[in-house]
Design a protein around this ligand. Structure first.
Ligand code: SF4
Length: 525
């Protein structure tokens, strides 16, 4: 038997339950579910589990050669099932970080927090959620870019200080956190984590102001970089975007409660209605008076992360006021105009290449075929058998459909080339699948620079486009031709008529000063 955690809406209520099912029954609830990692399957004769092998043999991370987003945040103010709604919100935002997750809740008097390493469905059992009582809650899902990958760095970070109890969840990265930390430590401050987010709590606690909004503004005045924050106090929630608006945050409404989310796909799951984006430099306060909006910083030149539209956000989200699916299809249309090719079929690299491939197909009139099949059921780690099986890691994820590819001229559409290693393997797999020609098209410009604003990126030297020409990259990945989208087309595709986007990973022109420790980290050879 194995234990499944599942949830469903029942007459407007969210019901969680764990069900015991035969390990091999295949009878799984149609809604979200997961095998509880805390329940080791009891095996019968004829059944097997990977569990013992995973314990006995070394495991390695599955390389996907993509930028990874840092975090997702979600908040609910004024709902009797706040923690369950936050659980669902985090579930929808799981793509923004899979290393750890946490939920902090307030019952109006005090705060409780639960966080662990792992994915949302692995961390929260019905019992855990039942212990998180209260009408106000925030949640966080994390992929570390600043600080170590350990549970003490999982968020929300919760502290007690002279402003009361506070829990803070952060999406982004502060570019001056190391300097601040050194300074505070030299004055005797003690840090409990290695996360950049903790410096905000220190400044909040130190602020001479007595009011929370003023103290928060005071703290934020001292930090620089990318920060979308949700902060929980005993009877209020704050939603904040940094003055440049690097990362998204949207306000919504549900049954008289207010919700905040990194992406609107999280609203869809709980049937919340989006109201509007939080503006760069804006702080919204959700409390018994409703929604109060404050400006905590003078307007700065906007620098919304364009990669949210290229790759990070889910296509079913509206981010920075624009449908991600629309942007990605448009990227594909411009790409087809810019780099046309005589071919028999367009093949997306699933899943993220699908919208751009759709646009490419529509513009070029060449049919799109799903000739690469993605295995959705692999975990983050697996056993590497040996080098004897070539392309093992990529083949775990992608398999070619020979009956479609045999003798065909193929245009492969993907959203980015980071190191080039995975693209090279995919081109090889498509050729081995029978393709006569393989033309690679990338729906963004060459990625030449690391990100300092909350995205996990390789060092500059590891980014193939920082040291190789397009022709050299083509040769390396083994394609018959290679075409990248231009910067101008990228801006047009996301509707950027007012220069509101950060594009530093394509231009190396950063919207902030980047301080020494971060530079050293990402620029190293
Ligand atoms: S450097 Fe690139 S990934 Fe980072 S915020 Fe700017 S556009 Fe986004």
């Amino acid at each position: 038997m194995r234990k499944l955690l599942h949830g469903r809406r029942d007459r407007g209520k969210i019901v969680f339950a764990s069900t015991s099912v035969p390990a091999s029954s295949g009878h799984e609830p149609r809604e979200f579910l997961a095998t509880s990692s805390k329940v080791a399957p009891k095996l019968r004769r004829g059944e097997f589990s990977l569990q013992p092998a995973l314990q006995l043999f070394p495991t390695v991370s599955l390389p996907d050669d993509k930028f990874h987003d840092h975090c997702g945040v979600f908040a609910v103010y004024g709902h009797p099932e706040a923690s369950k709604l936050v659980y669902l919100g985090l579930y929808a935002l799981q793509h923004r970080g899979q290393e750890s997750a946490g939920i902090a809740v307030s019952d109006g008097e005090s705060l409780t927090c639960h966080k662990e390493m792992g994915r949302v469905v692995e961390i929260f059992t019905p019992e855990t959620l039942a212990s998180l009582n209260g009408p106000h809650a925030i949640g966080h899902t994390r992929y570390s870019t600043a600080g170590d990958t350990v549970v003490k760095n999982a968020q929300p970070l919760m502290v007690s200080c002279q402003k009361g109890q506070v829990a803070l969840a952060h999406n982004g990265n502060l570019v001056n956190a190391s300097t601040i930390r050194r300074d505070l430590e030299s004055r005797g401050d003690i840090f409990q984590t290695t996360s950049d987010t903790e410096v905000i709590l220190h400044y909040l606690a130190r602020s001479k102001h007595t009011g929370i909004p003023e103290s928060l503004a005071d703290a934020l005045d001292r930090v620089d970089g990318a920060y979308t924050l949700v902060a929980l106090f005993k009877d209020s929630i704050y939603g904040i975007r940094d003055p440049r608006g690097f990362r998204p945050l949207t306000l919504g409404k549900l049954d008289g409660a207010y919700v905040l989310a990194s992406e609107t796909c999280a609203f869809d799951l709980i049937n919340a209605t989006p109201i509007r984006d939080i503006e760069p430099g804006e702080m919204v306060i959700l409390d018994k008076r409703g929604v109060t909006s404050l400006r905590f910083a003078p307007p700065a030149k906007p620098a919304q992360c364009i990669f949210e539209h290229v790759y990070f956000s889910r296509p079913d989200s509206v981010v920075f006021g624009r449908s991600v699916q629309t942007s990605r299809e448009q990227l594909g249309r411009f790409l087809a105009k810019q780099h046309p090719v005589d071919a028999d079929m367009i093949v997306p690299v699933p899943d993220s290449g699908v919208p751009a491939a759709t646009g490419f197909s529509e513009e070029s009139g060449i049919p799109m075929k799903m000739a690469l099949i993605r295995n959705h059921y692999i975990g983050r780690t697996f056993i590497e058998p040996s080098q004897a099986i070539r392309d093992f890691s990529v083949k775990l994820k992608l398999n070619p459909v020979r009956s479609l590819l045999e003798g065909k001229r193929v245009v492969l559409v993907d959203d980015s080339i980071i190191r080039g290693t995975t693209s090279r393997k995919i081109v090889r797999i498509v050729r081995e699948g029978g393709a006569k020609e393989v033309h690679m098209r990338i729906s963004c410009p060459p990625t030449i620079s690391p990100c300092y604003y909350g995205i996990d990126t390789p060092t500059r030297k590891e980014l193939i486009a920082s040291t190789h020409s397009v022709e050299e990259i083509r040769q390396y990945i083994g394609a018959d031709s290679l075409g990248y989208l231009s910067l101008d087309s990228l801006r047009k595709a996301v509707g950027d008529t007012e220069d509101r986007y950060c594009m530093a990973c394509y231009t190396a022109s950063y919207p902030t000063v980047v301080q020494e420790p971060l530079l050293a980290l990402r620029q190293r050879d």
